[in-house]
Design a protein around this ligand. Sequence first.
Ligand code: ADP
Length: 398
Amino acid sequence: MKILVINSGSSSLKYQLIDMDDESVKAKGLVERIGIEGTHFKHSVLGTDKGIEFTRNMKNHSEAISAVLEALTDKDNGAITSLDEIGACGHRVLHGGETFKESALVTPETLAEIEALVPLGPLHQKANIAGIRACQEVMPGKPNVAVFDTAFHQTMPPKAYLYGVPYEYYKTLKVRRYGFHGTSHRFIAGEAPKYIGKPADACKLIICHLGNGSSLSAVVNGKVVDTSMGLTPLEGLLMGSRSGDVDPAVLEYIMDNTGMDIHEMLNTLNKKSGFAGLSVSSDMRDVKAAAAAGDELAKETIAVWTYRVQKYIGAYNVAVGGADAIVFTAGIGENDTQAAEDVISGLAFLGVKIDPAKNVRGNAGVISTDDSTIKVLRLATNEELPIARDTLAIVNAL
Ligand code: ADP
């Protein structure tokens, strides 16, 4: 069966067509600027030079999905001959709240529950719903499955997810820590034990998903016990454009002194902070290039980022009760060998050591020395495959 995996943002839509016979990606693409002048569409068929690229205004996600399906079935540049070849669609959905502890078939009831969670992540959740509705409209009768970014973290105990604010806000508004990047953390939690020599249900892991958005998770025996993102993806590490942890009183102080309202303030913390706020751009490569050229603030930005990751690793080593492995993944984690070395250098006192001969870009697996007290791994994440696997499992069980 082939599964169409869809990740819709407020003005974008990414997709992959995955053949579940061998879990290979057949085609993938991206629609950007949906609902904005100059919608751009790019589609490619893996393992071939076939592709489609054009700019043509698309008003909404339904038009974008229609364009995707046209491209997938295109006579010359498509990947399938008929839409019948698509068994189901799997959708990345930002927030499952406490309602969804695992992936769910989209029914009128589940869609209503997903809609009820819009207040917890207005922009993303509405976009995800738009993607589901677009598929229902354009491919009536085709099963849709929702896979939640928060679901893998639902095993966290209350001591990890409760904020120290009046309990009534948890009871009435569900204010608590949820965590995100769940499909990535879950995928890595499944892969890492293969390199550790222990079964997944006997492994203590610290998973460092370090990309543009970044989060750490503490995983014991396959279950999350803590993660660094909170009610929203703003909490935790320093990120491309997000501040991560700040004293909430900073908001009042800045707002009182600049006249910003709370929406502008949150926009600043989400979109104009992190690397982008402290340094030259939201992209780690730009920050590294500036640091290499002698920019002192860029060097300090990297130091802030590194120190924050180190502190969370220290905390999560306690959370898991002594880790078997620390795993680096996502854009920075997979590619930036220096970042891994810098982070791990702060753990030397624990006897954790990177092997420079193994710490080579593209080298997946163990990158620590044989005598390192905690193994260090670098693994490529895959955020689409878990969505496709869940979708297949749910559709097969129908
Ligand atoms: P997203 O959260 O958008 O999926 P990614 O996981 O793709 O992000 O990560 C993007 C980040 O990875 C950017 O900060 C980028 O600079 C960084 N990155 C990618 N390749 C490298 C590299 N070779 N060296 C350092 N950073 C890199």
